[in-house]
Design a protein around this ligand. Sequence first.
Ligand code: NAP
Length: 294
Amino acid sequence: MLTELQVAVLGGDARQLEIIRKLTELDAKVYLVGFDQLEQSFTGAVKEKLEDLPFDELDAIVLPVAGLQPTGEIETVFSADHLRLKKEMLMKTPAHCIIFTGISPPVLTKLAEQTGKTLICLFDRDDVAIYNSIPTAEGAVMMAIQHTDFTIHGSSVAVLGMGRVGMSVARTFNNLGAKVKLGARKSEHLARAIEMRLTPFSIEQLPQEAESLDIIINTIPSLVITAQAIAKMRSHTLIIDLASKPGGTDFQFAKKRGIKAILALGLPGVVAPKTAGQILAGVLAELLKKDGLK
Ligand code: NAP
């Protein structure tokens, strides 16, 4: 249980509702900032104005998954208020108070450094990344269905990258009956591809492979789908780029060549916001329980 812990949830989207639900179920006292348009209510949670928060009593602050906007504002879909987390506010919090976020943009990292606050980025955790790879793979299937006029079954699909997302995506498309090739640079990743009954290739060989592919799904956050590879693709080839901004595709050249290339970000929040919220809520609650914070 999280009895006696005081947690402020500042802004966010539907994923935050699962976090609020979990924290209140575990008996934490939860302050909601940026939820004035939310009709749903949670026993144990109170709506509060940012400036009225009891900062000196907070054990934890939960920010939206994107952390802060580049402007320093806190994004919230449940309020029209402009919320800004200020240095003076964090300075009032007890030394043990932790800030939780999904990712940390430079503006948030700087704020945490300036105020000496511990910042936990949930998306940096292996467990969260692996859990999240499940809705991400389902989102990739959705994109493939929406943007092609042929079945996944029997089509030639290349998945680039054998990390947490790449492995789940490759397995999912393989299970749907696609002929899956796996592009990676490390020999252990190519070996794992063989074990998974995929066809491995060195990522450098993508230009040679490109002509045979119907769909390419990239998970490598580096420019790997180059103009050289795109030049070899057939006109119906679909590129689904899952890697974080700016992706790993030469989008300009793809456009010039008339190849459909989509940067599909934030899929867990799009296809399964409830599950995506539950993943974050579960890990967050475990961290709060384990450390007890005080
Ligand atoms: P990960 O576990 O770190 O995997 C990344 C993979 O990329 C690794 O296999 C890595 O292999 C490979 N790689 C990196 N740089 C490379 C290069 N220059 N050449 C060849 N291979 C390279 O990351 P992840 O959790 O799978 O996430 C992958 C990407 O998807 C990230 O950008 C993440 O932010 C994003 N993501 C997107 C969504 C979405 O909804 N679109 C959801 C979740 C995650 P090495 O070991 O050889 O470096």
